[in-house]
Design a protein around this ligand. Sequence first.
Ligand code: HEM
Length: 494
Amino acid sequence: MKLFLTDSVGNYDTFLVFIIIILTIYYLRQRSISLMPRGPTPLPIVGNILSYGKQPWKNIIKWAEHYGDVMTLYQGPFRTTVWINDANLAINLFQKQPDIFSERKHIPFMTHEGSTEGSIVWENGPAWKTKRRWMLSALRHFGMGKRSLEKQINAEADIFCQEAAKFKSQPFDPKHFVNCAVANIICSISFGQRYDYLDPEFTELLKNLLAFFRQCNLSNIEMHIPSIMNLPMFRHKRIPSLYLINFLKNQVKQHKETFDPDNIRDIIDRMLSEVQISSDEEKSYTDPEHIWSSILTIFIAGAETTFSTLMWFLLYVASYQDVQAKLHEEIDRVLEGSKPTMADRTRLPYFEATTYEVQRLGNIAGTSLPHANAEEFVLKGHKIPKGTIINLNLKRIHTDPKYWHDPMTFNPARFLDEDGQKVKKLNVFMPFGIGRRACLGESLAKMEMFLFMTNFFQKFKVTIPEGHPQPDFDPVVGLTMSPKQFKVCAIPRG
Ligand code: HEM
């Protein structure tokens, strides 16, 4: 009996200690929440994850409108995220204080899949700086911003146009062809291969690439708790990332087997030669074990982003025939039937302005990738602890009525000066991000957007097929935002 009493008193004490710990954690959490910029009320443990709903962006924009220039969202218990919703605040932080705001935070889903190790997108410190410099120089070596690549993109654009012509003005879904055309450029640069559009290996690669991008959606539970994919019923969710990783590991293996230091074919070869040169005594950041992840990064970052932008371009221009008529007039007048080159870009201001407007409203990158602050800082009276995740809310920045007149209207002229001859560089327009972590492939993406679309519109008029529903400009959301499936007619121009 005595023993029983002692036991129940012991249990009671343990229970009391447990309650005190829970209440203390709850108190500290509430206190830290009250010190951060305001945002929607988080639930215990899950934070705001459940509030994103099926269309997270609709809610994120609504919250940004409500809470103003800055807000806090809680992605689970450990990922407190400060969102910068205002363009000038973004410039003030990311561009003017790069030493504080250029750190990167991982996305748990990517880390779980092992694709972050050794990758420029996810590294920090000296390793990131060296890799970024190295990769820029490698991309330039293989043609970024150069005539050699211009020829290759023009050749790929011809194939894309031939594929479109096969439909003889009948409705078709341009998705596969645009995807193939763009991916072939990054495949050639990264691992020296271009594929036929019907190649089954290529089709499988692109299918998994798109599935991977769609999966990275804030509404998906594995984005927040990736270990859930270890459970048998969720294991299928790993298929796209495992496919991509295996594909690229295989590419690196094949390159090692056929490597010839006197014939550097592509970026993988350049990395392999770097590993050989730097050997042991020199500190090299090209870890032979992680070459695949650097290539994966470039492939992932370079293929889907440009593809989605071009899909938005086709959809907007097919839907706004007045804009298309002006594009045709400018292309015909300036190029006079000759093949477009990058030197023509400044001579086609209406085309350039249309590309900007497509990027503003299509806005494939709703946010920057996650940044983090290297030291504590004070933001609008709130002390933001070191290492907090910081996101630029690019979707809000590009539709903020403070900076954009009639922001939801598609109007390329907003990027032109009064006589329509010059493109205005607006500092609140930042589709590639800003600061030291801004997009590494911007000039490659710009080459592709310009050459693919000028070649295409030189040859075709694009319409939404008669009897088809009016285009839906709500995006399909994942790591990027791309248009929902649509069909167009590509009518050859006389
Ligand atoms: C229209 C096409 C593209 C858009 C809109 C775009 C946009 C972006 C954005 C918003 C970021 C994040 C910036 C930040 O976190 O502050 C980014 C990062 C990055 N992009 Fe792009 N991108 C495009 C194409 C490309 C291409 C073609 C490549 C590669 C060849 C590429 C490689 C990268 C890399 C490596 C990073 C990470 C940079 C770093 O962390 O240092 N992107 N991009």
